[in-house]
Design a protein around this ligand. Structure first.
Ligand code: SF4
Ligand code: SF4
Ligand code: SF4
Ligand code: FES
Length: 1002
């Protein structure tokens, strides 16, 4: 039985993992625990709960509340069990009349300064202070409490303190605070933001965000760790205050980033109300009128799951709080069709919509051939949903024209790691970073894009206690990034040893120069290379990187990185002993993205940094199921499990299982689909869960390609930008409505469990199966579990994956089969690389076509911000907008001054692809000559500027390098004006609320 189905047990203090044990007696029971374990935790192991308030097992003990006192034979006094380590031979008593008296006295003091409003308090029934009053038998308080003076005396109280309601998701009510410090420690130890302090002394002590600021004005990033840690209602989710305490829970997986945090969705029954889903347009029966819908499962809160192996009970603002989009009034809940995109949508039945789509696709194939249609899968869908979409395209459409959003993010990872190591996946678990001595972060900003992993990494970078209770030194840090991301020097108590602040587009020069230092300074791990790697390719590579033109000095003028700094970073990485590389889209989204991934793999192999804990090459995946959508055969040249479509044995396997003949030729990639559409050869697209108009580069080109097609079927939860060009709109499901699995960046397959029924009545996999059947290829499954069974039967690396096993173990990591441990493979390439010998490839640096010129003298690079996610379709429909409600252009003060730009000014950004207008943020996080923006808001048009320059091997767009000019402007760009008109028209045609005026620009 899964642990989550039992009540959570708080062991009071963290687990220790020492190999030495100690044995002691607690309340007459003998208990043996790892050395370093607290008496409190040892007692819990013996089945004894010691009363406590300031201790919780996610935080190091603090010893402030004095409630957990115990007696130890032969020792004087009453030590706190949370801070006293267990030792051999101790005889401990936790329940004696004296202890009861002391604890009752402590509780009496707490309660005397606490509002007596338990029955109306939002935490009633789920409050540790209330529990402890019960446990200690406190009935009366002898001291005056506010409003209930004793002998006319009331004394001083905090009960009238004002609430801080500034955070959109939680309140801070100081009147209920017991100053246990759990929130402060959670913010420091778990999250690493250090936003909270205890200000004042003695009676005046109080929790204070920043310099006695409101939460929203402080450094707080709203991760929720303090709320989670608070034993009272002082820090409380607003949703709990509004809806009351939850009644049920379901374990599921976050639908945002590739960390894949486990969550407990806590729910309760709630009758329909004014916040119910808006009815579908034009008389449709959307919202609550849909068949099978129920409000029995209203989400009260999402609580990070303690047993979630990717997050160990931590979360970020998106997963923890930004789930309200799932019932937002903009949800599309009924199928709709139209003949032309200038016509209003018609609400129709599922059968009519699916029949409409199928007949159009069939007509296109009859007229233009089977390859005139194709489809796009999404990383926001489950593995099972992706699998059936690619199966529909290969078996029902009978073409390999299937691609996925990884095309525009991590396709170079697939290519580069496949070539060098033999498989396309990160080599480690997230936990492995705790064993790293040197961490190199390349082209990634985990604090914003992978926040929970960033917290784990920051803990390692700050040093401190290990799980064995020993004090560990800090890991050293190298950051390779054009921007001064917070890890460089802004994260509390973290400072990068080396920041290689390269010019955008020069990654390959930097990685080759790092390798040059390793090779020419005798830092190669010769024994590792001799044993594990291909000798011929290594010798070629060694000679290649050793060339004088590849030295840091020779490349300095190109990269902008001081040679001495680069040499020092290379020495640090090579010295390890355990060095780990974490990289992001700043590596892949380049014309040389695949070359850079190969360069990273070369460097790691040469230094012997693959195949054990604490090392490895780790792509940080952007969306929640990027890994899974690639694993499931979404690329036009690969069947599930990364097997080439031209491989006869693999194809025969699928042909036999699916009962069709498959084409051996790879199909079209997404950019090729656009080009073919514009040349009239590609006419129909089935696009599931992706918003290619907003996310892909060169928006005008994408829009023109879609406009040229005869049938676009979009399956999504909102009328996204792509849907505005569609002819059929099939309502999709949010993660709360899905059943299936996601695979995170550690190759960890976790269950996504249904919390509420699909608002539109059908799950995404059911819609795809119905469409396939209507196309003449019947596809029928009773449950997504059967889909996973088919995947496991056809894919060796998934052969051991089953829902039953995930249910039992919580999650598994592929490869998972008869050759691996039951839970799969935590660390890849331990004894040998998947391809046998690790293979080196030369990495000649080729300058990007996007060069600065007099016309375009700056380089634009793009990325994400913590509070928003990808195209923003989900997070823009939540209060996360309060942190970031527009895309801004970051520009260095020098470049701004040169152009007469002040902070907050509207500026025009123009490239050879197009123009847009954003507001400027003048910041020294940028280096001179480089500007940066995010792409979360469609009206910003960030991808109007990016070009269709792309990676040589995979066509991954070069989002990170666009030559631009930036100038102050007085009006929106012409694209933005056209977009505003088009958007208004399309919203009106769909019966959605229409904005009154231009949504961007001066
Ligand atoms: S929400 Fe997170 S960042 Fe904000 S104060 Fe609490 S722990 Fe710190
Ligand atoms: S806010 Fe909560 S966790 Fe923080 S000190 Fe007060 S009672 Fe403790
Ligand atoms: S770190 Fe990623 S997976 Fe975890 S809660 Fe945040 S968005 Fe979700
Ligand atoms: S729980 Fe041990 S002192 Fe508070």
């Amino acid at each position: 039985m899964l642990k989550h189905l039992k009540a959570d047990i708080d062991h009071g203090t963290p687990e220790r993992s020492s190999t030495q044990t100690v044995t002691l007696t607690i309340d007459g029971y003998s208990v043996t625990v790892p050395k370093g374990t607290s008496l409190m935790r040892a007692a819990v192991d013996a089945g004894i709960q010691v009363p406590k308030l300031c201790a919780t097992d996610s935080l190091e003990p603090f010893g402030s509340c004095r409630l957990c006192l115990v007696e130890i034979e032969g020792r004087k006094g009453y030590p706190a069990s949370c801070t006293t380590p267990a030792d051999n031979g101790l005889v401990v008593r936790t329940q004696t009349p004296k202890l009861q008296q002391l604890r009752k006295g402590v509780m009496e003091l707490y309660i005397s300064d606490h509002p007596l409003d338990c029955l109306t308090c939002s935490a009633n029934g789920n409050c540790e202070l209330q529990d402890m009053a019960g446990v200690t038998g406190l009935r009366n308080v002898r001291y005056g409490v506010a409003g209930a003076e004793v002998d006319g005396v009331c004394g001083s109280h905090h009960t009238a303190s004002a609430k801080d309601e500034s955070n959109p998701y939680f309140t801070y009510d100081p009147s209920k605070c017991i100053v246990c410090n759990r929130c402060v420690r959670a913010c420091e130890e778990t999250q690493g933001t250090f936003a909270l302090t205890i200000s004042g002394r003695g009676f005046d002590s109080r929790v204070s965000p920043g310099q006695s600021q409101a939460f929203m004005d402080s450094e707080c990033v709203s991760c929720g760790a303090c709320v989670q840690a608070c034993p009272t209602a002082t820090l409380q989710e607003k949703s709990v205050i509004e809806l009351g305490q939850p009644e049920h829970s379901v374990i599921t997986t976050c639908a945002y980033c590739g960390v894949g945090c486990g969550f407990k969705a806590e729910t309760k029954a709630k009758p329909p109300g004014p916040d119910a889903v808006r009815s579908a347009p034009q008389g449709g029966s959307g919202g609550l009128g849909r068949p099978g819908a129920t409000w029995g499962n209203t989400v009260v809160r999402m609580v990070p799951w303690k047993d979630g192996k990717a997050n160990d009970g931590h979360s970020c603002v998106k997963g923890r709080f930004a789930w309200g989009y799932a019932t937002h009034q903009d949800r599309i809940t009924t199928p709709m069709v139209r003949d032309k995109i200038t016509e209003p949508w018609r609400v129709v039945s599922w059968d009519e919509a699916i029949g409409f789509a199928a007949s159009r696709f069939k007509a296109i194939q009859a007229a233009h051939g089977k390859d005139a249609v194709g489809g796009i899968t999404s990383s926001r869908c489950t593995n099972e949903e992706v699998y059936v979409v690619q199966k529909l395209i290969r078996a029902a459409f009978n073409t390999n024209n299937v691609d996925t959003c990884a095309r525009v993010c991590h396709s170079p990872t697939g290519y580069g790691m496949g070539q060098t190591f033999g498989t396309s996946a990160g080599t480690q678990t997230f936990q492995s970073v705790e064993q790293a001595d040197v961490i190199m972060v390349i082209g990634a900003n985990p604090s914003d894009a992978h926040p929970v992993f960033a917290s784990r990494m920051k803990r390692r970078l700050r040093g401190g206690l290990t799980t064995s209770g020993a004090v560990a030194g800090k890991a050293r840090l190298v950051v390779v990034d054009p921007r001064r991301i917070d890890l460089v020097s802004d994260a509390p108590h973290i400072r990068a040893d080396h920041h290689l602040q390269l010019r955008p587009g020069t990654n390959v020069a930097v990685i080759t120069a790092l390798a040059h230092v390793v090779v020419t300074e005798g830092l190669v791990n010769e024994a590792y290379v001799a044993q594990r790697c291909d000798t011929q390719s290594f010798n070629d590579w060694r000679a290649f990187v050793a060339k004088p033109e590849h030295s840091p000095e020779a490349f300095e003028a190109v990269t902008g990185v001081p040679a001495a700094e680069l040499r020092a970073a290379a020495r640090l990485y090579a010295a390890g002993p355990n060095s780990a590389i974490y990289y992001g889209l700043g590596v892949t989204e380049h014309a040389q993205g695949s070359t850079m991934v190969i360069g990273i793999a070369n460097l790691a192999m040469a230094c012997g940094m693959v195949g054990r804990e604490g090392v490895g090459v780790n792509p940080l995946r952007g969306q929640n199921n990027v890994q899974g959508s690639c694993d499931m055969g979404s690329f036009p040249h690969e069947l599930p499990g990364y097997r080439h479509i031209s491989d006869t044995t693999t194809r025969s396997l699928f042909e036999a299982a699916w009962g069709v003949t498959l084409s051996p030729e790879p199909g079209l990639r997404i950019p090729n689909m656009f080009d073919a559409a514009l040349s009239g050869e590609f006419k129909g697209l089935y696009c599931v869960g992706e918003d290619i108009v907003q996310s892909d580069p060169n928006t005008q080109h994408v829009a023109a390609a879609l406009s040229a097609m005869d049938c676009i079927v979009v399956q999504d939860i909102f009328l996204n930008e792509t849907a505005k060009y569609a002819h059929v709109l099939l309502p999709g499901s949010s993660f709360l409505e899905k059943d299936g699995t996601f695979t995170n960046a550690e190759r960890r397959i976790s269950r996504v469990r249904q919390v509420m029924p699909p608002l539109a009545g059908l799950g995404d996999w059911e819609v795809t199966c119905r469409l396939s059947t209507a196309l003449g290829y019947p596809m029928h499954y009773e449950h997504p579990e059967q889909i996973m069974q088919e995947v496991a039967a056809l894919t060796p690396s998934f052969a051991g994956v089953s829902y039953a096993k995930i249910e039992r173990l919580g999650s598994v990591q592929w490869p998972c089969n008869a050759d691996t441990a039951e839970a799969g493979t935590a660390i890849m390439h331990v004894d040998r690389f998947v391809r046998g010998k690790g293979r080196f490839f030369n990495t000649p640096y080729v300058a990007s076509d996007e060069k600065v010129t007099r016309r375009y003298p700056l380089l634009l690079t793009t990325g994400r911000i913590l509070s928003q996610y990808n195209v923003g379709a989900q997070t823009r429909r939540t209060p996360n907008n309060q942190w970031h409600n527009e895309d801004r252009l970051d520009i260095h003060p020098h470049d701004a001054e040169e152009r007469g730009i002040r902070d907050g000014d509207w500026v025009g950004i123009s490239s050879r692809a197009g123009d847009t207008v954003l507001r400027a943020t003048v910041t020294e996080r940028m280096q001179p000559g480089v500007v940066y923006t995010t792409f979360h808001f469609p009206e910003s048009g960030a991808n109007v500027i990016t070009t269709d320059s792309s990676d040589w091997a995979t066509n991954c767009p070069e989002y990170k390098v666009t030559a631009v000019q930036v100038m102050p402007v007085a009006q929106p760009s012409s694209w933005q004006q056209q977009y505003a008109d088009f958007n208004r028209d399309q919203l009106a045609l769909a019966g959605q609320p229409v904005p009154g005026a231009a949504v961007v620009g001066p």
